[in-house]
Design a protein around this ligand. Structure first.
Ligand code: GTR
Length: 349
């Protein structure tokens, strides 16, 4: 989970970054990266700098670590990855900006913060599009996934691979959610994405976009009533301590994505680009194994903690209310074709 709140701007922070609330630490790391220095100031030139909002032991962080190991082995130590985990460099939105202008080389984010940058990234998060995790994996392992990854390049990002994020479920401090009507009037945190705002509004609830780092405090203080996320994030952000009702709506099954700064990519030769792509792809099955284990472990620990979990008998009722938002986000022939291909593909496995 992201740890600190944003630090106040200081004299060390360039005015443009300060205006955007980008942390001083991030600016320092970005400066070091630009100068080809490692985080401790020793010239290394070999480590790609990467960031993740999740803590060290989370499967996304471990997967990028594995990618770094593979790069290291494949290049006799010439290439590697240094990861700043735990959101220490700031929110996904802020670190993405830094990645685009080359201050960070790699960034593991959810698709949500990319939604405002590239419309095709909203497609995998359309409510009730994927029927299961297997369906999502099949679609994103195919040419459909490659097309969505490639759509990031004009925005200064190279999409390297997708990682799992399981299914997102609603949780809140007030009541179990069994029918869409139970959502009415609740204040629900969403990531900074219009699609998520639309979904929540369709349910008659109030959408409050905020960074995941702020959710725990907002729940405790009653600024929001709830949020939505997968089992591991609900657990690792300690959101379950404040919001005890976890309701299995499974409304979104969207992946995480690993991106590289295009400005860094452009400086690599063809052989190194191929190595980076291969190592990223090779980290995907590794991540999936860790992910499946982590979901089970988180679920077991959470159940033992005494939260109230409920199955949702009639998911079609949620789909009926939430699916109409699709029309607002399927805004090109390309998007329509990709969605039709995903639907026609079936679940597989
Ligand atoms: C998690 C995801 C994070 C972050 C978070 C959120 O599932 O792994 O990258 O996007 O959701 O809701 O902000």
């Amino acid at each position: 989970m992201e740890t600190g709140m944003r630090k106040p701007a200081s004299a060390d922070v360039p005015a443009s970054a300060a205006a955007k609330g980008i942390s001083r630490r991030l600016v320092l790391v970005a400066g070091a990266a630009g100068a080809g220095l490692s985080a401790c100031g020793v010239r290394s030139g070999r480590d790609f700098l990467s960031t993740d909002t999740h803590p060290e032991e989370y499967p996304t962080v471990q997967a990028v670590k594995e990618m770094g190991r593979l790069l290291n082995v494949g290049t006799d130590g010439r290439l590697g990855i240094k990861i700043y985990a735990g959101g220490q460099l700031g929110s996904e939105q802020d670190t993405l900006e830094i990645t685009v202008f080359g201050g960070l080389d790699l960034n593991r984010v959810n698709l949500a913060p990319l939604n405002s940058i590239e419309p095709l990234t909203t497609l995998p998060a359309l409510p009730f599009l994927f029927k299961s995790n297997a369906h999502m994996r099949r679609a994103l392992d195919s040419a459909i996934g490659d097309e969505i990854l490639a759509s990031l390049e004009p925005h200064g990002l190279i999409g390297l691979c997708f990682y799992d994020s399981g299914d997102r479920n609603f949780y809140n401090t007030r009541r179990p959610i069994r029918t869409p009507a139970d959502m009415r009037g609740l204040k629900i945190r969403v990531p900074g994405s219009d699609l998520y705002v639309s979904m929540i509004r369709a349910l008659g609830a109030d959408a409050t976009p905020m960074s995941i780092a702020e959710v725990y405090q907002a729940l405790v203080q009653g600024v929001i009533d709830g949020a939505e996320n997968n089992w591991p994030s609900y657990e690792s952000g300690r959101h379950f301590e404040a919001a005890r009702y976890y309701s299995l709506t499974q409304h979104v099954i969207a992946p995480e994505v690993l991106v590289m700064s295009k400005s860094r990519w452009d400086k690599l030769d063809e052989a190194d680009r191929a190595l980076v792509r291969q190592a990223a792809k090779a980290s995907v099955p590794y991540m999936r194994t860790l992910w499946d284990q982590r979901v089970e472990e988180s679920r077991a620990r959470l159940m033992a903690s005494g939260i109230e979990v409920n199955e949702v008998e009639d998911k079609d009722a949620f789909a009926a209310v939430m699916r109409p938002v699709w029309d607002r986000y399927i805004v090109s022939d390309q998007a329509q074709r990709l969605v039709s291909q995903i639907e026609a593909m079936g679940e597989g496995e």
